[in-house]
Design a protein. Sequence first.
Length: 151
Amino acid sequence: MRNREQVIRCGRLLLKCSGLFLYIKLPSGRKLSYPYPRIEIEDLQHEVVVFKDSSAGQWRDCRGGNGAYGGLWAENVVSGIARDLLASAMLRLEGAGYKIVLHVHDEAVAEVAEDFGSVEEFTRLMIASPSWALGLPIAAKGWTGQRFNKS
């Protein structure tokens, strides 16, 4: 944030502060955006990044002004990558003829004719690694049934 417009690499992530936003570019190319970022001095040895959050329906400093911490950044990045993996899998599934009727967190549900496809094919399509995720371990379990259930 001190060097606005400069891209900082952190592993496979790219960070950049531009205009009114701090951006984290995920391996998929999608960006997470954090509005109105600023550095706050926590104590003589620690600084924190504070950004605005509107999850409560109005703009407020994240975590009550206490700033983001490692766990928050890690959760945002991991959740973002997981979302991108699921979105990529859903496109592959739809392309193979599996009509997605529901997705919940890390699950995709397709409705197909009884004689169409297989659990093995569905699972293979789910775990196919996009080019941006090469080397990332991806696993999935599949099942078939007449109705959706949360087991």
